[in-house]
Ligand binder design. Structure first.
Ligand code: SF4
Length: 74
């Protein structure tokens, strides 16, 4: 979908980037209410709050593994 108005997004927007068979535009408040109501498509969607949390945390976790703190041995 090319012309998405400001403040709206495609529901659902799948995390695997595949097109959803049925999708439509929603506002952020509509999205939040659907998540509160356990909309069945939310668990595979990039706009799911839980997915956003995972994306936010992942780089921090990876950075810890890539740049471990030096620990003195005594
Ligand atoms: S998180 Fe749920 S309600 Fe929000 S866009 Fe995705 S599928 Fe729709």
């Amino acid at each position: 979908m090319d012309d998405i108005p400001d403040g709206m997004h495609l529901c659902p927007t799948r995390v695997d980037a595949h097109a959803a068979l049925f999708a439509h535009l929603v506002t952020v408040p509509m999205c939040q209410q659907r998540q509160r109501d356990h909309y069945h498509k939310c668990f595979t969607c990039v706009h799911n709050n839980a997915q956003a949390g995972a994306r936010r945390i992942a780089p921090e976790v990876l950075a810890r593994f890539e740049n471990p703190r030096k620990q003195s041995a005594g």
